[in-house]
Design a protein around this ligand. Structure first.
Ligand code: ADP
Length: 538
């Protein structure tokens, strides 16, 4: 090896060992890398013309990132691998030193994309590949309008800078890869969060909400504009939020404070009273850094209202059953004991025995009715109430029902309206509704008054109206009548469980109809009505 070459080799090694120029290392994009490489080159040699290009192996395309000509920066462009020096260096992966352009090479346009009239051809140049192993990532090219502006040492220097360029490109690609990977993961996470039915909020170490899924947005009733992501709750314009969102925010404050102090919350229940009562179950887990410091956490909110309602219903039904069954059971037991005594005394009066047995049957039937109602109501609440439709004549049903109660009633019962009103309804269930309102009309109005059942139909609906001249209802009672277990003060002296209307409304709703009550006021009678669609919808 000649002395010059050994010298050059040593210089090259020294250059490679130079720390990567701060700017090249910090480059956040290709344009910044270009500037860093240009400045490094301009400090080391004549860089009157400078070009930084990337090579895309898959498409065989050279993409010029940017280029300099006499201190003026020009944008880049792309060209397919051709015959010029740049392409040659890319193809061979070998640096090229052009001492005298005019004699050594074809008049190649080295400065890509400039106007021909501006082209005063450079007289000399150095072109080096930017390598990664044996793959060519791109090229650096410095040119001058002077002939013989470069020697072997410049070639080595530019190769050193190209090595820095290679590291820079790989760093940028890794960063880009990481960004894509993060984006992909964020996208996946976003997709998972979106399918969750539970509301999820992610808070950072300051307690600011940084992420929330669709369910959370819906639960909070917030549109994108109302919640400023990344801002702690106390800095949000909470006073402008809807009432429910404000209530949830207030309920979340202690949970967020717990997360900030590094404490997870297993499960707590929060009741929301704005609008309808809602029960939320809140759980929160702290997220920690590798060092163990709390970094915020994840809050999970689940609407458990339906679950709690069902639990309460079970409790209510149990206590109702306990309360309401005691009386008939006591009566049945009393009559059974009496019957037993009569039999053991050898009572031979068949009528007396029959009367006792008859009372046992009547009260046992009451017990069965009560249990059936409780069972029906729990089915309704659990969403298990099934409707089986068949052709039904509502007018005939009303006449039969009136007939059924007429003998025992101490009222006048009238049936009026259309002679036939036909539709597809669940006959058994609708009879339950009719019997409920009819027996209520008799129960809550004095003997001797009139109860009128009318059945009419228009184009869309069949309407049943049961009018009485009884205790009546005021406005506030009318609004609460159909709630489970609700009974008016004036009705409390008359036995009842407050379940009939609630259940009836559920049956009517399951048919796609509606139920309501009308009354001018206390003591002025009332009308209970329900309308059923004549056409089955949906
Ligand atoms: P129950 O009659 O067993 O108490 P319901 O659910 O059938 O249960 O009725 C609920 C409440 O509605 C009754 O307790 C009563 O206060 C009121 N109500 C029902 N029907 C009438 C009516 N015809 N007139 C006045 N109040 C009524």
């Amino acid at each position: 090896m000649s002395a010059t070459l050994i010298e050059c080799d040593a210089q090259f090694q020294a250059l490679l060992e130079l720390p990567l120029g701060a700017c090249a290392a910090d480059a956040r994009n290709l344009s910044e890398l270009f500037h860093a490489l240009y400045e490094e080159t301009a400090r080391a040699m004549d860089a009157t013309v400078f070009l930084f290009a990337l090579y895309d192996e898959a498409s065989g395309t050279v993409r010029v990132v940017r280029q300099m000509d006499r201190s003026i920066e020009h944008p880049g462009g792309s060209f397919p691998l051709g015959k010029g020096f740049t392409s040659e260096v890319i193809r061979t992966g070998t640096p090229k030193l052009i001492r005298r352009w005019a004699t050594e090479g074809p008049p190649v346009r080295l400065l890509y994309g400039t106007e021909p009239k501006e082209l005063v051809a450079p007289q000399s140049g150095v072109v080096v590949p930017i390598m990664s192993g044996d793959r060519v990532l791109g090229v650096l090219s410095a040119q001058s309008y002077r002939p013989e502006a470069y020697g072997d040492a410049d070639l080595l220097r530019l190769a050193g800078i190209a090595a820095h360029g290679g590291i820079g490109i790989q760093r940028l690609r890794a960063t880009e890869q990481r960004a894509l990977e993060h984006e992909r993961r964020a996208f996946e996470l976003e997709a998972v969060l979106a399918t969750m039915t539970d509301a999820l909020l992610i808070v950072d170490a300051r307690g600011a909400i940084v992420q929330l899924n669709r369910a959370a947005r819906e639960l909070l009733c917030l549109d994108g504009a109302s919640l400023v992501l990344g801002q702690p709750l106390e800095q949000q314009r909470v006073e402008q939020w809807p009432e429910t969102a404000r209530e949830i925010a207030a309920a979340l404050a202690p949970t967020i404070a717990a997360l900030r102090s590094g404490t997870s919350i297993a499960e707590a229940e929060v009741e929301l009273h704005s609008g309808q009562l809602r029960v939320l179950s809140v759980g929160a887990s702290v997220l920690r850094s590798a060092g163990g410091a709390p970094q915020g956490g994840v809050i999970l909110l689940r609407d458990v209202t339906a679950q709690r309602n069902l639990e309460r219903l079970r409790e209510d039904i149990f206590s109702m059953a306990w309360h309401d069954m005691q009386a008939p059971i006591a009566v049945i037991r009393g009559h059974a004991e009496l019957l037993l005594r009569l039999l053991s005394c050898g009572e031979s009066d068949g009528k007396a025995l029959q009367a006792e047995a008859g009372l046992i049957v009547t009260h046992a039937d009451r017990l069965v009715d009560l249990l059936t109602t409780l069972f029906d109501v729990s089915c309704l609440e659990a969403g298990l109430l099934s409707i089986s439709r068949s052709p039904t004549d509502l007018s005939a049903m009303a006449r039969e029902a009136a007939e059924g109660v007429r003998t025992a009633a101490r009222h006048e019962i009238k049936v009026e309206g259309d002679a036939r009103v036909l539709g597809e309804w669940d006959e058994g269930r609708i009879r339950q509704v009719l019997m409920n309102v009819l027996s209520n009309a008799l129960k809550y109005s004095p003997a001797g008054t009139t109860v009128t059942v009318s059945v009419t139909a228009d184009e869309r609906n069949a309407t049943v109206r049961v009018r009485d001249q009884g205790i009546g209802l005021d406005r506030s009672e009318l609004a609460r009548l159909f709630r489970r277990g609700y009974r008016t003060e004036s009705a409390k002296k008359i036995p009842g469980g407050g379940l009939g209307l609630y259940f009836s409304k559920g049956i009517v709703a399951a048919h796609g109809g509606r139920m309501w009550a009308e009354s001018p006021g206390h003591g002025q009678g009332s009308a209970f009505c329900f309308a059923l669609p004549l056409e089955v919808r949906g």
